[in-house]
Design a protein around this ligand. Structure first.
Ligand SMILES: Cc1cc2nc3c(=O)[nH]c(=O)nc-3n(C[C@H](O)[C@H](O)[C@H](O)COP(=O)(O)OP(=O)(O)OC[C@H]3O[C@@H](n4cnc5c(N)ncnc54)[C@H](O)[C@@H]3O)c2cc1C
Ligand code: SF4
Length: 330
């Protein structure tokens, strides 16, 4: 491990100034991803700017009935917050489905959104990897890819984004707020992650040196009946091989409003808009749910060893929407 500097920031402008747009400096949240990557040499920052003392650790209601979540709110505090549990239960469930209690006590909202892929080649500095070393190749395409992407990938990278929290945030139209030396900015989560294309090393639209300050959830009454379902290779403490966040409002047997996002199938939390279009106004039954899943998954391009994800996601959509439909009409 190479030597690095450490500074603690106490206010937002101070944090941005300390980082000073230095490409060799990184903000440090809980450190649960960044420090691991430093140990293996994937990340080699010269300076860490610790953001955990910033006044960004609150979850607050917005005047329009949404929620603003500070970037340094821990995953544990987010999942336990009564308004999150009441208004956006799928978000609390998604966070609780991730990692372990100890990790969630350390991990922050900002760090969770920017955590790196769990592709084994990315984590192994002796392997080529276009995301880690642009232009070096992607061994996963012909190698180990059973938990890689089936949607929105490219020949240059087939990695998935590992966040559970991000999937629920995508379903609920979250907006990410950030601060740079030039002032504040914000971007919908739907536009936050860049398409993979030929540049998988470029992951988000955040300007260089930007500090994530928080995430805003617009009001979404439909989210009160919502669910996060995660499938993994063991019952706990494992990343998803497929997951969905779903919310459903049913009136007179028809879908009045729906939100659907997929996890562990793409380089970003995947908002299932094609499925939502099929569902809206249609009968709230298993046939419609299956047709909606098929509409979304028609674009899937599975590799030789991850085609099971297409069937898995179809089954998840039908199962979770059926449960929500029953709950919504009770
Ligand atoms: C064993 C293990 C199992 C896990 N299982 C899961 C799981 O099942 N589901 C899941 O979703 N996650 C899982 N995680 C990942 C965990 O959720 C992330 O490590 C965590 O959310 C990252 O948060 P952090 O605050 O520790 O980020 P850090 O490690 O501190 O930072 C991560 C990245 O974000 C940047 N960053 C941090 N804060 C900011 C900010 N405010 N502004 C700009 N940049 C910032 C850092 O510079 C770094 O690049 C697991 C992790 C481990 C180690
Ligand atoms: S899938 Fe992406 S992260 Fe994994 S080896 Fe290929 S380029 Fe690297």
């Amino acid at each position: 491990m190479r030597e690095f500097g450490y500074q603690r920031a106490y206010d937002v402008s101070g944090a941005v100034a300390l980082l000073d747009g230095d490409p060799d400096a990184r903000f440090l949240g809980g450190g649960t991803n960044l420090v691991d990557l430093m140990k293996t040499g994937v990340e080699r920052p010269a300076l860490l700017v610790d953001v955990r003392e910033l006044p960004l650790n609150r979850v607050e209601s917005t005047p329009d009935g949404g929620l603003r979540i500070g970037a340094t709110v821990t995953n544990s505090d987010l999942a336990a917050h009564p308004e999150v549990r009441r208004r956006y239960p799928a978000l609390a469930q998604a966070v609780l489905a991730g990692a372990s209690g100890q990790l969630r006590n350390m991990a922050t909202v900002g760090g969770n959104l920017l955590q790196r892929t769990r592709c084994g080649y990315f984590a192994d500095v002796t392997s080529p990897c276009n995301k880690r070393v642009p232009g070096s190749g992607c061994p996963a395409v012909e190698g180990e890819h059973h938990n890689h992407a089936v949607l929105g990938a490219s020949d240059h990278c087939v990695a998935t984004h590992p966040s559970d929290m991000g999937v629920a945030l995508a379903a609920f139209d979250a907006v990410v707020a950030y601060e740079t030396a030039d002032g504040p900015g914000e971007v919908p989560l739907a536009d936050f992650y860049l398409p993979v294309g030929e540049t998988p090393h470029l992951e988000t639209v955040l300007p260089p040196g930007a500090l994530i300050t928080g995430v805003t959830l617009p009001p979404a009454p439909v989210a009160a009946v919502s669910r996060y379902r995660k499938v993994r290779e063991r019952a706990s403490y494992a990343f998803a091989i497929g997951s969905i966040a779903a919310a459903l409002d049913v009136h007179d047997g028809r879908v009045r409003e729906v939100r659907l996002a997929f996890g562990a199938v793409a380089s970003r939390p995947w908002r299932a808009r094609a499925a939502e279009r099929v569902l809206t106004g249609a009968p709230a039954d298993a046939e419609t749910f299956a047709a909606a899943a098929d509409a979304e998954l028609a674009r899937a391009k599975p590799l030789p060893h991850n085609g099971y994800k297409v069937t898995l996601m179809r089954n998840l959509v039908v199962a979770v929407l059926s449960e929500l439909a029953e709950e919504a009409t009770r």
